[in-house]
Design a protein around this ligand. Sequence first.
Ligand code: BEZ
Ligand code: FE
Length: 325
Amino acid sequence: MTTEFTTRITEAVVDSLDGTADPRLRELLAALTRHLHAFVREAEPTTQEWEQAIAFLTATGQSCTATRQEFVLLSDVLGVSMLVETINSEGRGERDENGERGEEAERDEEGERGESDGRGGVTESTVLGPFHMTESPARELGADIDLVGGGEPCVISGRVLSKDGTPLPGAVLDVWQANAEGYYDVQQPDVQPPGNGRGLFTADAEGRFWFRTCVPSPYPIPTDGPVGDLLRATARHPYRPAHIHFIASAEGHTPVTTHIFVAGSDYLDSDAVFAVKESLVQDFTETDDPSRAQRFGIPNPFRHARFDLVLNATNTPGARDSERA
Ligand code: BEZ
Ligand code: FE
């Protein structure tokens, strides 16, 4: 039902923002108002349903603690985190000082990204997630981030490169993963030592990195709060496919927050947070090579994932405004 009033109220609220000093804040609030009002006009929630929605958001806020961010989880399961991450890593950098999107960004939206699509181009990004909440310990190349053992041993290796193929010596890789049972160290402070599954590595003079770990497993996101209630009410499962998180950074380059996903893992096609991009799925190849196993300090045979992380130089199309010189 659209009466004259239900249209006019949207214009009135948007007009009331005219005095907002920050033009970007005005733009964001105006768009939020228009979309929220359009949602109400389309779905026509009853008063009781709206009260239920407010109670849900209140409970979501009340579930947040210093070590738990239920609002981030809500944004994750609704796909909003992935939208924000992807828009910011692929297109927003082409806004000019007036916030307008230039020709490059428009072309990108039409699928003409050229090399920057994660296939031979810069590494695609994906969600940060809520478990990067503690500093990763600095470790030597080749170190084992699985401090407990018990999982299937594997080696992760590759190079950090600029988009033109130049190796990036001194690039820093922040790595974190759940253990073989699917829990992060911070979720099991009484079971896992702090820093288990985490490492901060510096690439060598040729931009190479390598470290040991265990093959990760799929795991469920936390379901003991309002987001869990939402998943149950919508008959959705809470699982994420097996993955390892990375933040790769190098001087003069835009950092990338990403994962590698284990090829063949369950849930690759139904990630609870919609974070799988095909270019990030990597083979953890069964490798029977005693001399390489000895060099990596790992029992033979072992699983080996090899991939390069490719970063965009700042001041090149696709780099974020905030990271340009
Ligand atoms: C994670 O991969 O750590 C994660 C991402 C989003 C929600 C929950 C967990
Ligand atoms: Fe994770």
